[in-house]
Design a binder for this molecule. Sequence first.
Ligand code: CP
Length: 322
Amino acid sequence: MDELNSGDLSQLQHRHLLGLASYSADEIRLILDTAKEFRDVLERPIKRVPTLRGITVCNLFFEPSTRTRLSFELAEKRLSADIVNFSEKGSSVSKGETLKDTALNIEAMKVDMVVVRHSSPGVPHFLTRCTKAQIINAGDGGHAHPTQALLDLYTLRECFPSVRGLKVSIIGDIAHSRVARSNILGLRKLGAEVTICAPRTLMPYNAASLGVRVTHHLDEALQDCDVAMALRLQLERQQASLIPSVREYHTRYGIKAEHLRRFPSFLVMHPGPINRGVELESEVVDHERSIILHQVTNGIAVRMAVLYLLTASADRVMRARP
Ligand code: CP
């Protein structure tokens, strides 16, 4: 059973979480196993443990966010960390301050960890080179959103006996989706069979090399899958109009109640934010086969696990450096 436990591994081999590409399957399992323990903490009357007492975390958000930002903030509070929140709006970025200077100033305030979201791919990597703080990627452009993929994997482990062999179809704007990229990596590392489904204009140029099945037909993606993961159209990242209309997109790629009737077993996931009536018919969002809000709840436990394990790994990885 691949993902029941993380074997002998007790610590992450990384100081940062920039993406899942460099994380081994064992490290991913360690995060998911640890998240299970924190998930139990969240069911207690007092949902707080002293694990990160004395650690200061800065949530550095240059892009809008509801779930990721609140979820990280709650995870940090549940672990008793000290928190500072930064939004680009209202900051000195509007006066011309660079990202590097923003980061250096935050570091000068003795921040230990930075959770960063930015519209440019690679910003979390850049921050590792200009500050000593530990960096967690909370979404960088179309590149990666590792904690979203981890919480999705956690939710799948809750719903199914094993991720290995699970058939997961990711449907929507794959080309611009950091969630799709991170999920493909995580799902494949744990042995799932992944299908991606999109119009040709919303497929990544390297789809054939991702180790997934590729289809442009929604019925093909849905007919034998265990899970359909719908994605939002990332209109803010599209350089040109890549679909004839949102209405036509919904007609061809929106998951509807009639799909739930015709294909009676798949569960529905979505990372949020949802555009009801576009990628998912409203009835599908609210259907008992939708596990979208479970994903949100699990996100806090998974982020607690990431924060805890990275803090634990920091000293050891620093000591091992030449
Ligand atoms: N899933 C996700 O990243 O949602 P937010 O953009 O609201 O954080």
